[in-house]
Design a protein around this ligand. Structure first.
Ligand SMILES: C[S@@+](CC[C@H](N)C(=O)[O-])C[C@H]1O[C@@H](n2cnc3c(N)ncnc32)[C@H](O)[C@@H]1O
Length: 227
């Protein structure tokens, strides 16, 4: 077993990690993007510094920065210790070691918390949760979702995943999801039936290799577009 978590944890990734996880090109980064389940990622904060306005939506944003900080420090050492106990399950190319992974997660969290209150006022951080988003249809060119769908396949069933993906396709032309593995490092059992269902509903759904891999074997993303 690679990782046992009681609930979805507030762990965040950087802009560079988002670029790698989702194969984001410079052209992609100029698109109108919504990050679904962005949590305490610094993607939004770092894009803002580059003059781009991203919207992030997550139930976590009902809390203030101090509370999110507390929630992070409540779980981080348990997660890093589980990583250290399962060395063969992880790939240390992007991050060098479990301790460096922890350092990076703290850097990301600090970038997020520094931006959060201002970003809330600017409506760049919105409270909301899948499978129903409080957003009008066709507002975005791209919706990104990392480390929520598929990863927590044990906690959220197939119907939840299908509704969540269709909901993201309601608001965005294209959806990208990473990774396709569960916390147990198994390929999500929902992938094949979802590919079949999405294709039968007229969407183009493809699995693509990406450069980012930390969970061993977790180097693929799902891309779904409206035809
Ligand atoms: C592990 S974090 C991933 C954060 C970010 N996407 C990243 O990869 O850096 C998972 C996030 O999913 C969010 N989440 C939990 N339930 C959700 C739901 N029903 N809809 C959308 N997001 C949810 C959590 O609040 C948490 O911030």
């Amino acid at each position: 077993m690679a990782m046992k978590l009681d609930k979805v944890v507030p762990f965040g990734r950087s802009l560079d990690e988002y670029k790698c996880m989702f194969n984001l090109s410079p052209v992609d980064l100029d698109k109108k993007i919504i990050g679904v389940s962005d949590g305490p990622a610094s993607f939004n904060a770092e894009m803002k510094k580059r003059g781009k306005s991203i919207v992030s939506i997550d139930p976590l944003y009902q809390f203030d920065a101090k509370e999110i900080d507390t929630q992070f420090y409540h779980v981080v050492d348990n997660i890093i210790s589980q990583v250290k106990q399962t060395p063969d399950d992880w790939v240390w190319t992007y991050h060098n070691s479990p301790d460096q992974l922890r350092e990076n997660r703290v850097i990301v969290l600090n970038k997020f918390t520094r931006d959060f209150e201002a970003g809330k006022l600017e409506k760049r951080y919105i409270v909301g949760e899948l499978p129903t988003l409080n957003i009008e249809s066709n507002q975005y060119e791209m919706a990104l979702c990392s480390h929520f769908l598929f990863l927590y396949s044990e906690q959220f069933d197939y119907d939840f995943h299908l509704s969540a993906i269709l909901e993201m396709l309601r608001i965005a032309e294209e959806v990208r999801i990473f990774p396709l593995l569960t916390l147990n490092l198994e390929k999500t059992p929902y992938l094949e039936p979802l590919l079949h269902e999405l294709k039968s509903q007229g969407y183009l759904a493809t699995v693509e290799k990406v450069k980012y891999e930390i969970q061993k074997g977790g180097n693929e993303m799902l891309r779904v577009t409206k035809i």
